[in-house]
Write a protein that binds this ligand. Structure first.
Ligand code: SAH
Ligand code: SF4
Ligand code: F3S
Length: 436
């Protein structure tokens, strides 16, 4: 059978980057990538299970392939694979491979088993100290290179499946991270995003024993690298030295994504987030007192079991207090195996919708205000694309804002860094003119 494969990826940046590594591994083993499932003999879905809707999407895809996928090899990777395991074969009997992210190092070997005629193979062990690194990573994004520094999660937030789907925390050695950073710099990348479910609990397993701040600083000093971002930070492990290195090293972007989830200390306790509102606010104060103007973004869950109107108002009030740059808001979704299951899910869907809409409206007003204050400022942007119809370049600021601009009519700006004066502001992006 011709070794053609198609891959579709759902979920977070960790999954997106895992797919880049899987693609690289497959290409290196003699497979060819094609653009549609129809053209492929091997179909991979790299799946997400963070909320029920994400999981349903995958089963819909599999349902579609019930007939057309008969003579193909169908593989389910990622978080739904790990969560559901062999039960996937019962729900979708035409699936041939079920592999969680902690087993990707075994992919080539599992594919050999399929080529030798096995109809069903699995990679579901979470009992691992390995990370999935490969020199063959095929990066999709030409402007920003993702680099995993830590896999898995040892927290037990009561709503979250990730500890079950990605296994225990495993950090890479600082030397292997730096070696990859130097490699992507050699390929022409100037921006790196360090990835982990909780980058703050990074601990170098080698004798060097670096913590996250030391690693972040060192990546920002790799020759050729001009910008370093990181995702995600857990407030509990977010220490002041992170702000100190951002203050001292201009190559580290002045943006921190610090998911709060709720502004109510009692809801935070139910979520087992292991910090109070005050403890969270202390971290915000560090950032507000920093030398650099650090933009702060967050994630919020509405409708967690037990969230009263008062708790919800505490969250609205927190938005005003912090003045976030932007946020992602989610309606609570019950997930298998998680601690919060026993609390039920008693807040009706309509009420969750009402709360999320109020929250988003409040945040929109904050963003409009913040962005209006930026008019007249000059920001250095990294050019990531072009809106041909608007005759504008798409740029991103160090604070992670989109700043589209005109005023330079060459066709060679992609990947460049350009100073841009902000002339207009919307709730979600800025518009400006290149400073010549
Ligand atoms: N490791 C990251 C989060 C990964 S999941 C962190 O700790 O911040 C991304 C976001 O999805 C979470 O921050 C949370 O806001 C949301 N989320 C996770 N589980 C959820 C659930 N069961 N229902 C609704 N939103 C959820
Ligand atoms: Fe999930 Fe909490 Fe781990 Fe984030 S820190 S991945 S929310 S368990
Ligand atoms: Fe989804 Fe797994 Fe990421 S559940 S959000 S793909 S870690």
């Amino acid at each position: 059978m011709e070794k053609t494969f198609y891959i579709e990826t759902f979920g977070c940046q960790m999954n997106a980057h895992d797919s880049e590594k899987v693609v690289g591994t497959l290409l290196n083993t003699g497979y060819t990538q094609v653009e549609t499932p129809e053209a492929a003999n091997y179909i991979f879905y790299n799946t997400c299970s963070i909320r029920d809707k994400a999981e349903q999407k995958v089963f819909n895809r599999l349902q579609h392939l019930k007939n057309s996928g008969k003579n193909k090899v169908l593989a389910v990777l990622g978080c739904v694979a790990q969560q559901e395991g062999e039960k996937i074969f019962d729900r979708a009997p035409h699936v041939n491979m079920v592999v969680g992210s902690a087993s990707y190092t075994k992919l080539p070997q599992l594919l050999v088993q399929i080529e030798q005629g096995d109809k069903r193979v699995t990679g579901l062990s979470l009992d691992t100290t390995e990370t999935f690194d490969t020199p063959f990573t095929r990066r999709d994004n030409p402007h920003r290179a993702y680099i995993t520094i830590i896999e898995g999660c040892d927290k037990n937030c009561s709503y979250c499946v990730v500890p079950f789907t990605r296994g225990p925390e495993r950090s890479r050695t600082s030397e292997s991270v730096l070696e990859e950073a130097r490699r992507v710099a050699g390929l022409g990348y100037t921006e790196i995003q360090l990835l982990g479910q909780n980058v703050n609990s990074y601990r170098d397993p080698s004798a060097a024993g670096w913590d996250f701040s030391a690693l972040l600083d060192a990546v920002g000093k790799v020759p050729g690298i001009r910008r370093v971002r990181f995702m995600t930070s857990h407030p509990r492990d977010f220490v002041k030295s992170i702000i100190d290195v951002i203050d001292e090293n201009e190559n580290l972007c002045n943006h921190v994504h610090l998911p709060v989830q709720s502004g109510s200390t009692s809801v935070l306790a139910g979520m087992q987030r292991s910090y109070s509102r005050d403890e969270y606010m202390r971290r915000i104060e560090w950032m507000k007192n920093a030398k650099r103007d650090i933009s702060i973004t967050t994630d919020i869950i509405v409708g967690f079991p037990g969230e009263t109107e008062r708790d919800f108002e505490d969250t609205l009030d927190l938005l005003e207090e912090v003045q976030y740059e932007s946020l992602f808001a989610f309606k609570y979704s019950q997930r298998p195996n998680t601690g919060a299951l026993k609390l039920g899910d008693h807040i009706p869907e309509e009420e969750k919708t009402r709360r999320i809409m109020i929250l988003q409206e409040r945040q929109r007003a904050i963003q409009l205000r913040r962005n209006a204050d930026r008019v007249g400022r000059v920001e250095q942007v990294h050019v990531e694309g072009r809106h041909a119809s608007l005759n504008q370049w798409i740029g991103r600021t160090s604070q992670n804002q989109t700043l589209n601009f005109s005023g330079r009519d060459t066709d060679t700006l992609l990947g460049d860094y350009v100073p841009v004066r902000v002339t207009r502001a919307g709730p979600n992006s800025l518009v400006g003119d290149a400073v010549v």
